[in-house]
Design a protein around this ligand. Structure first.
Ligand code: M6R
Length: 599
């Protein structure tokens, strides 16, 4: 769950690596480091905390450098400290390594190497790779020693290596952790994610598991551990570079909240093209689907939970939703005629990948809803429906969430039509409503100041309760998750009907309760729940699409199914401003990383 950036080519690259690492800080920011290859030496610099601290050290370095590897760390093995920061070296500083992932058999390899006289300087699993290459270099050249090392390690990894005696060459290997080549005119970038090099090139080559690449910018070769050549497609990434910048906003999260109408619009436009072919399923295939497994993590899981209501209601099909971390370890009596749908912004979440593999092994058709072109999840899937959000940088997911719902709702309507549960006229009516979403989202965004003022009144509280019913219940969970992750406060989401069964006991004078009151058959029940908490002293804030409710944050009404998406935006603003008023580092919350690529 770390970020890697490397470069070999004709450009002076220390600054390029630093800028790239800053774009990947969402993957971890416990420490950062860089190895610069120059003057027949490898110079390694490391700093605790943010890439800014590393930049200070790099700025003091004199002279140019045309080949370097960099890393921003999210600690797994070994506490965050300078010794445990990447890059790691062998005994004689001939080899330099950056790694994202976990080397599972590092303990036994380390014991063997120590017996041979290797001295380790860190507590990391990564350092073993540098020593293994050093050991293999006794009999092999760099390329072969690297391949031999890859055959000896087990686990998840994206690894880049430099060797002092072969300047300008970077060896890279990938297994279960992302690694993409950015092919520029004068050199080749390597990175854990495209935004790291998007400013310089949009030509991306996604490595696959088992791939090894040899980079001598501007040239590269891809092969396997037996040196058998592999051909990988050069993709043109159509993300705009400026979307990976803050663009005048105080934080990426705020910018990404405001980008939601655009993301929804772009996602809807692309979906429209897919409508003709039922999103990659023929009508016959659609008719054979007897149920759906929806699996995801975190915010994507909440999108999946929300979509369950829509799929069951409109497509009248049973849906099971589960977090990937539970799904992958459960013995499941798979129903072969169920469709498996994975939802993921990054397409690199380890738990979700493992769940997909289980589903595939059981013979299920796998569809994914994903934002990142060419990511592992898209490559594992039979069909991918893309959200078109551009890069989501903030750790707290916002625009990806609402776009995931756009995709899943669109799919639900389409499936419902294919299965004959919706007439063409009704389908068109609902789809037209869905297409109004960008405009409706803007009507929520203009209420930012109002929401900010409410947040100002309650930000000092320590416990927050979110309530919802039906498809607004997952939004209550999502509102609580957003608040927890960026303000570190205690926040819980409940199905409003459940509070009487226990949770209402925690409510005391002044406890903020954010209640999602959707128009429709459950509105009255929800309003009763509001009265119940109010009677116990709660500071009640209602978010509703019913204009008759005074004192509420109002979201526009179009169709019932749009309420979760529109009310989610209100809760994103709440979480954002409460975190800002509390002085939190909104885009880089403690202990978290954006892409959870380890179990
Ligand atoms: O990239 P994914 O959508 O697979 O990530 C899943 C979760 O890790 C992610 O949604 C996480 O919960 C976010 N930090 C939520 O804001």
């Amino acid at each position: 769950m770390c970020g890697i950036v490397a470069y070999s080519g004709k450009q002076d690259c220390a600054k390029l690596i630093i800028e790239g690492l800053k774009k990947l800080e969402y993957r971890g920011y416990d420490s950062a480091g860089i190895s610069l290859q120059k003057d027949n030496k490898i110079i390694t610099l490391k700093a605790l905390g943010r890439v800014d601290n590393l930049e200070i050290l790099v700025n003091k370095e004199k002279g140019q450098c045309f080949c370097a590897i960099g890393h921003t760390r999210w600690a797994t093995h070994g506490k965050p400290c300078v010794e445990n920061s990447h890059p790691h070296n062998d005994c004689h500083n001939q080899i330099s390594i950056v790694h994202n992932g976990i080397i599972e058999n590092y303990a036994s390899l380390k014991a063997e190497l120590e017996a041979k006289g290797h001295i380790f300087k860190s507590q990391t699993d990564t350092e073993v790779v540098a020593h293994l290459i050093e050991e293999n270099l006794k009999t092999l050249d760099f390329t072969h020693a690297f391949c031999q090392t890859i055959k000896q390690i087990r686990g998840a990894y994206a690894i880049c290596a430099l060797y002092v005696k072969e300047p300008g060459k970077i060896m890279v290997a990938k297994n279960q952790s992302p690694m993409v080549l950015g092919v520029a005119k004068e050199g080749v970038f390597l990175a854990s994610d495209v935004p790291a090099f998007l400013e310089h090139t949009n030509k991306a080559v996604f490595l696959e598991d088992g791939d090894i690449a040899q980079i001598e910018g501007p040239f590269y070769k891809i092969f396997d551990a037996e040196l058998k050549e592999q051909t990988r497609k050069v993709n043109e990434v159509n993300w705009d570079f400026t979307t990976a910048q803050k663009g005048g906003y105080a934080h990426f999260m705020l910018k990404e909240i405001h980008e939601q109408p655009q993301s929804a619009q772009d996602t809807l436009l692309t979906l429209k093209a897919g409508l003709k072919d039922s999103f990659g399923l023929t009508k016959e295939e659609a008719k054979k689907i007897k149920g759906i497994y929806l699996v995801a993590c975190g915010t994507a899981y909440h999108a999946a939970l929300c979509a369950k209501y829509m799929l069951e209601d409109y497509a009248q099909i049973p849906v099971e939703v589960e977090t990937a971390s539970e799904f992958k370890y459960r013995k499941i009596a798979f129903c072969k005629d169920w469709l498996f749908i994975a939802v993921s912004q990054s397409g690199e979440t380890a738990d979700t990948i493992a769940a997909i593999k289980n589903a595939k092994a059981a013979g299920l058709k796998v569809m994914s809803v994903c934002n990142v072109l060419g990511s592992t999840i898209t490559r594992l899937s039979d069909i991918t429906l893309y959200t078109h959000c551009g890069p989501e940088i903030s750790v707290a997911s916002t625009k990806a969430f609402t776009s995931q719902l756009v995709v899943l709702y669109s799919f639900a309507l389409n499936l419902s039509f294919a299965l004959g549960h919706l007439e063409k006229a009704s389908f068109d009516k609902f789809y037209t409503s869905l297409e109004k979403l960008p405009k409706l989202m803007k009507q929520v965004l203009v209420q930012e100041e109002k929401i900010k003022q409410i947040a100002k009144k309650i930000y000092a509280k320590n416990d927050f309760i979110f309530l919802g019913r039906n498809s607004a219940y997952p939004i209550a969970l999502e509102g609580a998750l957003k608040l927890k992750e960026i303000s570190y406060l205690h926040a819980e989401g409940f199905a409003a009907g459940e509070i009487k069964h226990g949770p209402i006991a925690v409510i005391e004078e002044g406890t903020p309760v954010l209640a999602l009151v959707a128009k429709g058959p459950l509105e009255e029940k929800m309003l009763s729940n509001c009265q119940e908490v109010k009677a116990r002293g709660a500071a009640l804030i209602t978010i509703s699409d019913d204009m008759a409710l005074t004192d509420a944050v109002q979201v526009p009404f179009e169709q019932e199914f749009l309420f979760p998406i529109l009310s989610a935006i209100v809760l994103q603003f709440f979480a954002y401003y409460i975190a800002v008023f509390r002085g939190r580092d909104v885009d880089r919350p403690r202990n978290l990383a954006k892409s959870v690529t380890v179990e």
